[in-house]
Design a protein around this ligand. Structure first.
Ligand code: PSU
Ligand code: MN
Length: 299
């Protein structure tokens, strides 16, 4: 066992007994949602999993360890502290060596989940190719990770703060299968669909079979499941687009770049929509956790 890994008892016993486990990320708690909604969501997601008979493993870095499965105090710390590092692949060594508290992005959560032997991970939206990439080269490390780490990531697609067509193109280049769950169109996070065609999949069992086939032939890529938000909760694409344009404008004016850009845009959108987008965000993550649990049970 990797000496940096600290797996809590619930997760350890589930893994040892071949019981279903799902991974949950922590950047969504520390940088993706405001307090106090973030802590309520973190707890609710764990509850949804437990009620589905699946052990949740929220992942973060603390005291020089990669923690798999957190208690309430640890979740609170991530939700409240202003001093939590956003950890992607490049940040692991630094945050472990300095024993800082770090919240894991999609990329980092995939790495940690894979180290622990967890195959399914639920989140809200993945990072991707940013709009204006021609000038900035800003492409999330999440995409490359999906190409090289064998974890099934259940998302609601990606936020339209990103360039969605380019994001799909790059996923193809990196060898990442992208499946719309019961849809032929790539969901755009707040909205159930964009106009972008993707492959459709209708069964949780098939997702597990595809994963197993990939691993058997030595392909260590991840799989991206794009699970649309239920229609009754969605915000239409045209309505969100206005808010997103305003958030992007503000980021440009303030010169926000690099690791700060995504958290800035997420926070601005919550402000611009007076919190109404947050409600949508919460619904879609819950929906993704429910699907991830059903997939995890297929293993
Ligand atoms: N998109 C969201 N909510 C989030 C994130 C993205 O709608 O919380 C977070 C995830 O942790 C994701 C990270 O992995 O932002 C991507 O950041 P970057 O673009 O800097 O790679
Ligand atoms: Mn970036």
């Amino acid at each position: 066992m990797n000496s940096f890994l600290e797996i809590n008892n619930d997760v350890k016993s589930a893994l040892n007994n071949n019981q279903p486990v799902i991974a949950l990320e922590s950047t969504i708690i520390s940088h993706g949602m405001p307090y106090p909604q973030n802590i309520a969501v973190a707890k609710k997601l764990e509850k949804i999993a437990i009620e589905a008979g699946v052990t949740p493993a929220t992942i973060c870095l603390m005291n020089g360890k990669i923690k798999i499965g957190l208690n309430e105090d640890e979740l609170e710390k991530l939700a409240i502290s202003k001093d939590v590092a956003k950890v992607s692949r490049r940040d692991f060594g630094r945050v472990l060596a300095t024993k800082k508290t770090g919240a894991t992005t999609v990329a980092a959560t995939m790495i940690a989940a894979n180290l622990a032997g967890i195959k399914v991970f639920a989140t809200g939206g993945i990072g991707g190719v940013h709009r204006g990439v021609e000038a900035t080269f800003d492409i999330s490390a999440d995409l490359k990770e999906l190409g090289q780490t064998p974890v099934i990531v259940v998302s609601a697609g990606a936020k339209a703060i990103l360039d969605l067509p380019k994001t799909l193109e790059l996923l193809e280049t990196f060898g990442v299968p992208v499946y719309g769950f019961k849809t032929d169109l790539f969901p755009a996070f707040y909205s159930a669909e964009s106009n972008l065609q993707i492959d459709r999949i209708d069964s949780e069992k098939k997702i597990a079979e595809i994963y197993k086939a990939n691993v058997k032939i030595g392909l260590n890529n991840g799989i991206l499941i794009a699970n649309p938000i239920p229609k009754k909760y969605e915000i239409p694409f045209s309505e969100m687009d206005e808010h997103i344009m305003l958030a992007l404008e503000r980021a440009k004016t303030k010169g926000i770049t690099g690791r700060d850009l995504t958290p800035f845009l997420l926070a601005e959108i919550v402000k611009i929509t007076h919190g109404s987008s947050l409600e949508t965000n919460i619904r879609l993550v819950e929906n993704n956790v429910a699907l991830a649990c059903r997939i995890a049970k297929e293993f």
